[in-house]
Design a protein around this ligand. Structure first.
Ligand code: ADP
Ligand code: MG
Length: 619
């Protein structure tokens, strides 16, 4: 029988280090958290060789007294909690008292610290966990940790370290995260003598975000600020156009602590549902505040994971707030586009305006196309301003190019002057249709931009939103089939259909047993074409079966509704008449999230007049 033995202190610390200290970035995380817990408002981080050779973290916090500089290397030695109750009312990043002994066990470490009350500070050298040397030194209040030769005594772990650049990347990420949560603290990061980050104390979180994530992101961020009973969510979400291939752009903080949490990530993705393509992830910086007793941080040694007491409420809260913020942002954007259209339109005839009245019927004219001079040359053909202005000089306008079938406008339509933009009409309805390109894209213009609209994507969004609305009301519009379609199923499909019959019927299909494994499909959702219906039922069934019991979840039904919307909708490569294009634009105004198809692909692309003029070197 093997004999049980208590492990040595040194070995215990090395084992603990395995959990807490994975790489130089983990050391920096622990040291920075300690500095922040010590109320520092300036922290300097100096790194050499990706942190493998040297890590120095120096702060102006309250420091440690003469005894504490020794005690801090004992396992489970902490000044941050005293009782069990404190564990559920944490005010600090740290509480386990494990980081310093772990780091000291696997490196050559020096700590220098002084509290304001002492005239001098203390310097302690620790080598592989053993205190080597102690000296008194004259230093300002605060603490400096210097960690050299990480894993020098653990070659097996050392060989897992990556190239300097990779390790430094992890360090930069750790510093970025903490600096986002502590905008009032000055962080300076120096690598191999080069200043990489110098983030002065800031008041506004957005300034810090700009400094850390780059100024270009800021214009696409929208503020989140919602308080509900015991929960609060603040921060920023980026519009869906800013997205990444990984979750690295998702910064989530719970009570000021950076957290990687499945529930939170899922809630955020839920908020962005159908705005972002599969496999892409949003950018957001979100701070969730909860009562400290509602979250358990003592789950993981690095404290990157937490446990929520009311997971479901938090999920709903976060996803709703994110979605509402995005919804408001996109609506505001639409309104401002519309407003801009109004402004430019009512300015026509003024100095800086160009091109066409917003709701004048579109023209592709040879004159316009050949216009050799300033854009103002275009302007002259139209009367200026005024609610009732009409298209002038239509004589000059030659017929719309219909010959090659690329543009769907007819001659008669081209010469009709339509009334001006109605103030109440939506952005899309106010667009001027120029024609259709490649039987797939509707070409339009607003007051100062050229717009390409993906007809299939647009229809998918419209179909999906309508279906969803009807589905939620339990009232999917149906059409009865004149001749029921008989579906011959196999045993397995028959069993599946029986199991999911309710779900299938809720989606607008009426099916009745037809003997054996056959079923008669009697009614289908109104917008689906007859030809497609049988196949659609099989697809829906397959989907419901794969999703199994999860099928009742919103995600699952959304996936099915998207599929149905996709089936029933106008496809690419389908010629559209003007009335159809107009209807499409009008319907787009009536649905939410009308800039993305339900798969998250963009519906429209806009090229501004300025951009076009630049292309032609007119600017
Ligand atoms: P924890 O942070 O969980 O308490 P640590 O091992 O990280 O455990 O630190 C042990 C103790 O050392 C802390 O509780 C704190 O009292 C002290 N300490 C560590 N770093 C600093 C610092 N930069 N300034 C002041 N005190 C510090
Ligand atoms: Mg700590």
């Amino acid at each position: 029988m093997p004999q049980i033995e208590i492990l040595s202190e040194k070995l215990c610390n090395q084992i603990a280090a395995g959990e807490v200290v994975e790489r130089p970035a983990s050391v920096i995380k622990e040291l920075l958290e300690n500095s922040l817990d010590a109320q520092a408002d300036k922290i300097v981080i100096e790194i050499e060789n990706g942190g493998k050779k040297k890590i120095l973290v120096s702060d102006n916090g309250h420091g440690m007294g003469r005894d504490d500089v020794f005690l801090c290397f004992e396992r489970h030695a902490t000044s941050k909690i005293k009782t069990e109750n404190d564990l559920f009312h944490l005010q600090y990043h740290g509480f386990r008292g494990e980081a310093l002994p772990s780091i000291a066990a696997v490196s050559r470490l020096t700590v220098t610290s002084r509290i304001a009350e002492d005239p001098v500070g203390m310097r302690v050298n620790v080598n592989g966990g053993k205190i080597d040397e102690v000296t008194e030194v004259g230093v300002p209040t605060g603490t400096t940790f210097e960690v050299r030769d990480l894993f020098y005594n653990l070659p097996a772990r050392k060989k897992f370290l990556r190239r300097d650049e990779t390790e430094f990347g992890h360090i930069a990420e750790v510093v970025s995260r903490l600096s986002l949560a502590h905008v009032g603290v000055h962080f300076k990061l120096v690598h191999n003598g080069k200043v990489i980050l110098d983030l002065y104390r800031q008041r506004d979180c957005l300034d810090r975000v700009a400094a850390v994530l780059g100024r270009n992101v800021v214009s696409d961020l929208r503020e989140v600020d919602c308080q509900e009973q015991s929960m609060g969510l603040t921060g920023y979400v980026a519009l869906a156009t800013v997205n990444r291939s990984t979750t690295a752009g998702i910064y989530c903080f719970v009570n000021g602590r950076f957290i990687k949490d499945r529930v939170l990530h899922h809630a955020i993705m839920d908020g962005y549902r159908q705005l972002i393509m599969k496999g892409r992830y949003p950018v957001c910086i979100l701070f969730l505040t909860l009562n400290s007793e509602d979250v358990d941080v003592n789950v993981h040694p690095t404290k990157h994971e937490v446990r929520f007491h009311n997971q479901k409420n938090i999920h709903t809260f976060v996803s709703n707030v994110v979605r509402d913020t995005l919804h408001a942002a996109y609506s505001a954007e639409m309104n401002s586009d519309q407003q801009r259209s109004h402004n430019v339109a009512s300015n026509i005839g003024g100095k800086n305006t160009a091109i066409i009245l917003s709701s004048c019927r579109p023209m592709f004219t040879n004159d316009v196309a050949n216009c050799g001079d300033e854009p103002a040359g275009v302007q002259e053909r139209y009367s200026g301003g005024g609610q009732n202005s009409v298209l002038l000089g239509s004589d000059n306008i030659s017929s719309v190019r219909e010959d090659d079938g690329e543009y769907a406008l007819s001659d008669t339509e081209s010469n009709v002057a339509l009334p001006r933009l109605d103030n109440n009409c939506g952005y899309f309805a106010a667009l001027t249709i120029i024609g259709q390109f490649h039987r797939s894209y509707v070409v339009c213009e607003d007051a100062d931009g050229l717009i390409l609209l993906d007809q299939h994507a647009a229809h998918e969004r419209i179909g999906f939103e309508r279906l969803k609305k009807q589905y939620l009301l339990g009232d999917i519009e149906q059409q009865e089939l004149l001749f029921p379609v008989v579906l011959e199923l196999g045993l397995r499909q028959d069993t599946e259909l029986k199991e999911h019959l309710d779900g299938v019927q809720q989606l607008g299909f009426v099916l009745e047993p037809f003997g054996g494994y056959s079923w008669a499909l009697k009614s289908i959702p109104a917008f689906l074409s007859n030809n497609d219906a049988g196949q659609m039922v099989l697809d829906v069934l397959a989907e419901l079966s794969i999703l199994g019991s999860a099928a009742s979840s919103r995600d699952a039904y959304d996936a099915i509704l998207i599929k149905m919307a996709c089936h029933g909708m106008i496809r690419a490569n389908q010629k559209l008449a003007v009335v159809e294009m107009e209807a499409l634009l009008q319907q787009l105004d009536e649905v939410d999230f009308n800039r993305h198809c339900p798969h998250g692909r963009p519906i429209l692309q806009r090229l501004s007049l300025v951009e076009i003029e630049k292309m032609f070197r007119r600017q």
